[in-house]
Write a new protein. Structure first.
Length: 395
């Protein structure tokens, strides 16, 4: 089947965070929203059909996750990443962000140092600070438009830290960390008994020509130091169904995490989340291949457009995710000036780089998981706004 990703879908009046909260988020109702990380593509037909089939049954009572749900996850990991996972290792969380918070609370103590690698997904910060842990920045390095880990600094920080929250692949800079990079990170973790939480929610969104490496598979000795988090939500546009998996091989870590979550009584989950996850992993390979090609073409479109019409915007080419990290620092605007300009003049809503922590100054994150016509509209609006600005400054 050939899927149509050019189809424009009206998402207004669906309680969509991206569209129906525009006036609240950007103070303007007519901003083109290209920020929050969900897709403007249809959720695949095979997932919708599975949900509709289950919804046709007139009772939505207490449910459990069937064996077929676990097997679908196990098979997906084996086929896509050559990662052999056992059913007992798979725990449930109502989303990866809740899982991060559960892990911090269950596996660290108040005052413990937890390392994050900014610029990075901003809920990492709150998962540390809001629970009275100490936030430690291992800021990424950038050279010639490519980001890398500051290993020299990390080796010093690991001596006293309890945990590292790893974004693999990295959001927002789009790195699909190499095997060599992850191997060095594993060595640091083992040397310092550093617990690593690996957020791999974007693992399936590694773009053509790149490869995802599961951190838990880098070194067998990592078993007692690693927790992996994954979900179908980013890959198949299911964020509203609040379902994710936490994979923990080590029995002691697994018991600590599971006990904490069970005490909060949030481990039952969402019936339709289970149905959707299973359908995605059983039937999703062809759709995923097509959507990745479309996203890759969108990224190439952005690259060409900027080079031709907005060359002062520095394009950071992503290896993974459907987000692009754009550098506007050449315009000499403050972060607030840049944000206001894009909202009020370009009428486009992006994620402000400073929200991602140190290293985000002058940057914006744009979501390109949308029909090409919407992407073109956003870029042209941005170009026209800057053209007008240049004209005004030259008068």
């Amino acid at each position: 089947m050939v899927y149509n990703f050019d189809k424009n879908i009206d998402r207004t009046n669906t309680s969509s965070v991206k569209y129906d909260l525009r006036k609240f988020i950007f103070k303007k109702p007519d901003v083109l929203p290209m920020w929050v990380a969900d897709m403007d593509f249809e959720t695949p037909d095979f997932i919708r059909e599975a949900i509709i089939k289950r919804a046709a049954h007139p009772v939505y009572g207490y449910t459990f996750r069937p064996e077929s749900y676990y097997q679908a996850i196990i098979n997906w990991f084996q086929k896509r990443f050559n990662w052999r996972v056992e059913k007992d290792w798979i725990l449930f969380s109502p989303g990866v962000v809740p899982a991060l918070n559960f892990a911090v609370l269950a596996l660290t103590n108040p005052g413990d140092e937890i390392i994050v690698q900014p610029p990075v997904y901003f809920p990492f910060f709150t998962a540390v600070k809001e629970h009275n842990r100490q936030l430690v920045y291992n800021q990424l390095l950038i050279k010639n438009g490519k980001y890398s880990i500051n290993f020299d600094q990390l080796e010093e920080q690991a001596h006293t830290a309890r945990m590292l929250i790893l974004c693999n692949p990295h959001n927002p800079v789009g790195r699909a960390w190499s095997k060599d990079e992850l191997s060095r990170l594993a060595d640091i973790s083992l040397k310092n008994n550093l617990l690593v939480i690996s957020d791999e929610i974007h693992a399936d969104l590694v773009l053509p020509g790149n490869q995802h490496h599961v951190f838990a598979e880098i070194n067998p000795a990592l078993d007692s130091n690693i927790i992996t988090m994954h979900a179908a939500s980013k890959t198949f546009n299911l964020a509203g169904l609040a379902s994710s998996s936490v994979i923990i091989k080590d029995e002691t870590l697994r018991e600590q995490f599971n006990t904490y979550v069970s005490r909060l009584h949030v481990d039952m989950g969402n019936l339709f989340g289970f149905v959707a996850t299973q359908a995605a992993f059983e039937n999703g390979e062809d759709w995923l291949s097509q959507v990745l090609n479309y996203i890759s073409d969108n990224i190439a479109y952005v690259s060409d457009f900027l080079a031709d019409q907005l060359p002062k915007v520095n394009f950071i080419k992503p290896e993974a995710t459907y987000m692009i990290w754009l550098d506007f620092s050449a315009f000499g605007m403050s972060d607030e000036e840049l944000k206001s300009f894009l909202i009020n003049k370009a009428k486009i809503g992006l994620n402000s780089g400073i929200d991602f922590g140190p290293g985000g100054e002058g940057f914006m994150r744009i979501n390109v998981a949308c029909p090409r016509s919407l992407l073109r509209q956003g870029l042209e609006s941005m170009r026209d706004a800057f053209t007008q600005l240049f004209h005004e400054n030259n008068v």
